[in-house]
Design a protein around this ligand. Structure first.
Ligand code: COA
Length: 181
């Protein structure tokens, strides 16, 4: 098996092991956790959840559907986002506010915006959203650890938080049941 396939398989297994541990903690039935056609995990019907992994680290968030309408989580290295990809990830508005220094997380701001959008995407799917969305459909701003989402109509806004560590960034996005945000 090629090394990249092996690494991917290890990450998948790590994610499933973390997910099972998290499901046990909230007292939910784990079941087989298969893969849905869109690539997301087939969580039990009464659970919302999300997985993110890198080669040596994996994070999972789960909650009962009675408590959360959807969940998205993303893990990124605490490294600058290469400028070559800024235009595909950041809206003109986001690039403009970065260029005038209206930033909350220094040189990590672009990477954090990227992560917040990945979390939004996973949240949106987990909450049952069906629209195709791209990086320019949602604008992101921060107030400290709070992520503020400004999506294009008809996409919904929702809640988010970020954690910035020395080595890793984590973003998490969630909504109330029925998306009463
Ligand atoms: C699916 C996607 C979000 C995965 O993110 P990633 O950074 O490549 O990888 P991560 O480790 O963070 O996440 C991988 C996990 O995401 C989950 N996932 C995959 N597809 C998913 C989907 N459609 N919806 C929700 N979760 C999904 C899976 O659990 C997967 O791990 P697993 O295969 O081991 O179960 C990413 O590949 C993608 O398609 N991004 C585009 C998002 C986008 O357009 N964002 C802009 C919206 S504003």
């Amino acid at each position: 098996m090629p090394r990249s396939d092996l690494l991917r398989k290890r990450q998948f297994i790590a994610g499933r092991l973390c997910a099972r541990a998290a499901l046990r903690e909230i007292g939910a039935e784990a079941g087989p956790l298969l893969v849905r056609p869109d690539g997301s995990p087939d969580w039990p019907a009464d659970v919302r959840g999300s997985i993110s992994h890198k080669p040596r680290l994996c994070i999972v968030a789960v909650g009962s559907a009675a408590a959360v309408g959807g969940l998205g989580i993303d893990l990124e290295p605490a490294q600058e986002l290469p400028q070559a990809v800024w235009r595909s990830v950041l809206t003109d508005g986001e690039q403009a506010r970065i260029s005038i220094g209206r930033i909350h997380h220094g040189r990590l701001e672009p990477r954090l915006i990227f992560s917040a959008k990945e979390s939004y995407y996973k949240w949106y799917r987990s909450a049952g959203g069906l629209h195709d969305i791209g990086f320019h459909d949602v604008e992101v701003d921060f107030r400290g650890s709070e992520i503020r989402y400004h999506p294009r109509e008809p996409l919904p806004t929702t809640f988010g938080r970020c954690v910035v560590g020395g080595k890793w960034l984590i973003t998490i996005t969630w909504s109330n049941p029925l998306n009463e945000s």
